[in-house]
Design a binder for this molecule. Structure first.
Ligand code: NAG
Ligand code: NAG
Ligand code: NAG
Ligand code: NAG
Ligand code: NAG
Ligand code: NAG
Ligand code: NAG
Ligand code: NAG
Ligand code: NAG
Ligand code: NAG
Ligand code: NAG
Ligand code: NAG
Length: 481
């Protein structure tokens, strides 16, 4: 107790410093200002060499910082000066923001003993039931994901699985990078998260989360390298993020409760899976989600809804989004669809959720496959609207096409000899307004169905200014026939 008090007394009370990111723009009001306390992990004995574990020093700093928060009612910063800080799991506490400076790296350990007993708490940094927590500073948290590759494979790496302890079954037993579980008022900004061994940033059952000016670099060939997974959480803002990773980039899921009010804007994404994916865990509702001003490049799937567990989806808007999607190795989910909206029961014990009031506005895409809109008997898609949508279809990889993808579960992969601009089934209420489809001339034998209405399952369709035709020339040089 005495030494803790001493440390608290040695805290520096900074003048009223504005917590202001140098990227800040006026678009989203996320900047708060308050006086804060700060202390350095170096003062707690952290070596910053990257060779020995600094876990104990860093954790003491965090614990004291949190005590100081309760004492002074001011947020407290734990500073990491330039250096490499090798560590086992760190527990972020109420009132504490990690300030990882430019040229400082928090390096996740690669040994099973670096992580707690329960697999669902395997993170390099985790905050649980905490409030007013954050991570910033311009530096990096790195999970050393490449150390977890058992065999490099340019199609898909084979990864280590720590399943021999019995703490976890299957081949996905590796630590996540950063987790917030049951937290309030979370802010993550101006920081890089690199090389996660598994998922990268995981937000679970939280309220009021702001993630901005964050870059995430996973490995393009490593499975399960998700970017940001938002689970059972309300009021989440993601903006100005760059995500370049193997698996799903922004992935809202519902396991134990709904997702309300998620907004993601101004992001750049590249992934070998879905850029945006709702699901597939989808036991509860997804409501009022906005995705705006997003660039998606060379991904396996663009905007995806993969609803499998009975949760209902409503009031979702996708606007001002440019997409390119292409085929990759089929062991990755995705079939080059720019837009993929599906709901079906995962298995015989599941229900199909409904999907309603979905808007796609100002979307352009260049893709190797068409749009797939597939409800199911118990899960109708209703009130889908496509406004100002330009879709260009061409082929530039040599992967084979002609498969329709209902995975996971449902009908699985189904052979289909043609490729359609839009495949549609089990829909009630579909509006197209200013929708242009342009087809490259090659492979026209296969690209011959602009709109594929699956018989008797599509009702209430309105087409206004709808165009479909071939084009010649590479890009902008569009020529109609
Ligand atoms: C970080 O490292 C770069 C390159 O060595 C250097 O130019 C920069 O000043 C460093 N920044 C800080 C905050 O140490
Ligand atoms: C983090 O620390 C750096 C270096 O001391 C400082 O410039 C920056 O303002 C701090 N960030 C916050 C949010 O206080
Ligand atoms: C452990 O994971 C490996 C793959 O890394 C897999 O082959 C094996 O079946 C898994 N064992 C168990 C018990 O899950
Ligand atoms: C999110 O809001 C819904 C609806 O009010 C509520 O049922 C749920 O518990 C909230 N989730 C969290 C994590 O607070
Ligand atoms: C979330 O933020 C809003 C606005 O700042 C605030 O009114 C609300 O109390 C916060 N919710 C929680 C659970 O802290
Ligand atoms: C979602 O946001 C709306 C305002 O846009 C607010 O009225 C509502 O309470 C929020 N829902 C939850 C569960 O926080
Ligand atoms: C869209 O997002 C990009 C960053 O990806 C940003 O530079 C640009 O200013 C945003 N556009 C608008 C209109 O906000
Ligand atoms: C999409 O492309 C158009 C035309 O090149 C460009 O004006 C717009 O800023 C792009 N938007 C995004 C979100 O990338
Ligand atoms: C989805 O909506 C249906 C029909 O309104 C309802 O019966 C079902 O309980 C809802 N599912 C969930 C998970 O709330
Ligand atoms: C779609 O293409 C048309 C014709 O080239 C163009 O006028 C319009 O701005 C484009 N819309 C979008 C959303 O890119
Ligand atoms: C769609 O684009 C047009 C033209 O750029 C713009 O005026 C309109 O506000 C955009 N719509 C949305 C919902 O962003
Ligand atoms: C497919 O294309 C790649 C290069 O993009 C090439 O290396 C490979 O040999 C091609 N495969 C076939 C079967 O043509």
């Amino acid at each position: 107790m005495k030494s803790a008090l001493l440390n608290i007394q040695s805290l520096l009370l900074l003048a009223t410093t504005l917590l202001q990111s140098h990227y800040a723009t006026s678009r989203i009001p996320i900047i708060h200002s308050y006086p804060h306390l700060s202390l350095s992990v170096k003062d707690y004995g952290a070596t910053g060499t990257g060779l020995q574990y600094d876990t104990v020093s860093i954790q003491s700093a965090i614990d004291d910082c949190s005590s100081a928060f309760f004492l002074h009612r001011r947020r407290c910063l734990v500073k990491f000066p330039p250096g490499k800080y090798l560590t086992a799991t760190l527990y972020l506490k109420t009132g504490v923001t990690l300030n990882i400076s430019e040229n400082a790296t928090v390096l996740g350990g690669t040994r099973l003993e670096d992580y707690p007993e329960k697999q669902d708490r395997w993170y390099v940094v985790v905050a649980e039931d905490a409030a007013d927590v954050g991570i910033t500073g311009g530096g990096e948290i790195n999970g050393q994901g490449l150390e977890f590759v058992k065999r490099f494979d340019e199609r898909k790496n084979v990864m280590v699985s720590w399943n021999e302890t019995g703490a976890c079954l299957g081949d996905e037993c590796r630590p996540r990078l950063v987790g917030f579980i049951g937290c309030r008022n979370v802010r993550v900004w101006d920081v890089s998260f690199n090389e996660p061994a598994y998922w990268c940033l995981h937000v679970v059952r939280c309220q009021n989360t702001s993630i901005h000016d964050v870059s995430i670099y996973g490995d393009f060939n490593s499975p399960n390298n998700d970017g940001i997974d938002i689970e059972d959480s309300n009021n989440t803002l993601i903006t100005r993020c760059v995500i370049d990773t193997g698996d799903d980039a922004i992935c809202p899921k519902t396991y134990t409760g709904p997702i309300y009010n998620l907004t993601a804007t101004d992001c750049w994404i590249k992934t070998k899976s879905s850029a945006i994916k709702l699901g597939s865990a989808s036991s509860y509702a997804f409501k009022h989600l906005i995705f705006d001003n997003i660039t998606i490049v060379e991904s396996h799937r663009g905007l995806g809804l993969q609803i499998r567990d009975g949760g209902n989806v409503s009031d979702i808007t996708f606007s001002n989004i440019n997409i390119t999607t292409r085929y990759y190795d089929p062991s990755w989910w995705g079939r080059a669809e720019p837009i993929y909206v599906t709901t079906c029961p995962r298995d015989s014990n599941s229900k199909a959720g409904s999907i309603s009031n979905l808007q796609f506005i100002n979307i352009t895409s260049v893709s190797e496959n068409g749009v797939f809109l597939s409800g199911s008997k118990g899960g109708i898609l209703s009130d889908l609207k496509f406004v100002n949508v330009n879709l260009t279809y061409k082929r530039w990889t040599n992967y084979t096409d002609g498969l329709v993808d209902y995975r996971p579960g449902c009908q699985g992969l189904v052979n289909h000899s043609t490729t359609a601009g839009f495949v549609m089934e089990h829909i009630d209420g579909l509006v197209f307004e200013n929708v242009n489809m342009r087809w490259s001339k090659e492979k026209t034998g296969l690209w011959n169905i602009p709109l594929d209405f699956r018989p008797s399952t599509v009702n209430n369709v309105s087409l206004l200014h709808f165009y479909s035709g071939l084009y010649r020339g590479e890009n902008k040089d569009v020529e109609y026939f």
